[in-house]
Design a protein around this ligand. Structure first.
Ligand code: P6P
Length: 338
């Protein structure tokens, strides 16, 4: 069968009325920027881009050189196309306006330019996560509050994982689809259409070193997974933790499973570890469109009304039945406590 390029797929989506010309251009620009990020990360030690940048971001995290480079690549690529009203990034406290003199569009782009960058120096897969919202009508200089829309309002979401292959996974709300970069030609080629995540899981991803800090329902739930055949679940489970959300989520999108970053005593005050606007919401959209589920352990992530551009939430996502069980344990425990 003739391969379908990302460009051809975007034309199909426009003909189907799923996207407009401006959003199509936005995705093309982001995909092209991610190819450049892939080239930069692929240079490793030879590119002089490993290690710390010597700066910190809004999260109070030390920035890697590639965090800054990736952020710049995405900002520069999106500045002049006329498809955006503004950008927001994990690496920047406030939204970045489109420079004066350049045309503006009706979309807001949010991204984590290089998620999992702590893995860069040890050559483990990292990725870019992005989300697209509509700019409210009449807003010409979008501020942070204009980005604070629930995940259900996303027009598009995607990630690019820079692994052995460079793979883009994308949704417009009409299924989740995967594109693999043909490095010889330089174009993303459709490799999986309408992905379905198996509803049952045999693999879970969580940072077990936090185990003693988890809330009781999480202790119960993970304890049952670890008990395997000898416990109430009656089957053994496998565990993975890459510590790059994009890599862990891509495994789940590819073969099922669940990913958890629950509240724990260390991060309870900040509301969680992962950021809702450019990590949890886009990943939730992608996973739900593939038949999975995404909650905070207590409610659907995409229904949350965000209160801050860098707000953090707990993340339970992946195979539907498993996420629903873990969520049920938390709601049951809350009920027992109320
Ligand atoms: P921990 C990477 O820093 C990240 O934001 C996600 O990509 C990843 O899932 C998580 O944090 C890893 O957190 O606490 O295991 O280092």
């Amino acid at each position: 069968m003739k391969p379908v390029s990302l460009i051809q797929f975007l034309i199909e989506e426009r003909r189907a009325g799923h996207i407009n010309a401006e959003l199509s251009l936005l995705i093309e620009v982001v995909a092209r920027a991610c190819k450049r990020i892939g080239v930069a990360t692929g240079k490793g030690a030879l590119g002089g881009v490993l290690g710390e940048a010597g700066t910190g971001n809004i999260q109070g995290e030390a920035q890697k050189k590639l965090d800054v480079i990736s952020n710049e690549i995405l900002l520069e690529a999106n500045a002049w196309g006329g498809h955006l009203a503004a950008c927001a990034s994990e690496e920047m406290e406030d939204p970045q306006q489109i420079p004066d003199g350049y045309p503006k569009g009706q979309h807001l782009l949010l991204f984590d330019p290089l998620d999992g960058s702590s893995n860069i120096d040890v050559n483990i897969s990292v990725g870019t996560i992005f989300s697209v919202l509509r700019c409210p009508d009449g807003v010409t200089e979008p501020k942070a509050e204009h980005f604070l829309q629930p995940g259900t309002t996303q027009l598009a979401a995607g990630y690019v994982v820079y692994g052995p292959a460079t793979v883009l996974v994308l949704t417009f709300g009409h299924g989740t689809h995967e594109f693999t970069l043909d490095r010889e030609v330089g174009s993303f080629v459709l490799s999986r259409r309408n992905i379905r995540i198996p509803e049952q899981a045999t693999e879970f991803a969580i940072n077990m070193s936090n185990q003693r800090h988890w809330q009781a329902p999480m202790q119960r739930y993970v304890g049952e997974l670890l008990a395997g055949k000898t416990g109430p679940r009656g089957k053994d489970f496998n565990m993975r933790w890459v510590a790059s959300m994009v890599a862990d989520v891509h495994r789940i999108v590819t073969r099922g499973g669940v990913f958890y970053y629950p509240l724990d005593a260390k991060i309870e005050k900040q509301g969680g570890k992962l950021r809702i606007m450019y990590e949890a919401n886009p990943m939730a959209f992608i996973v739900e469109q593939a038949g999975g589920a995404a909650t905070t352990g207590r409610r659907r992530i995409m229904e949350i009304q965000p209160t801050g551009l860098h707000q953090r939430v707990p993340v339970f996502l992946g195979s539907k039945e498993e996420v629903e069980l873990a969520t049920h344990y938390h709601l049951e425990a809350d009920g027992a406590m109320s």
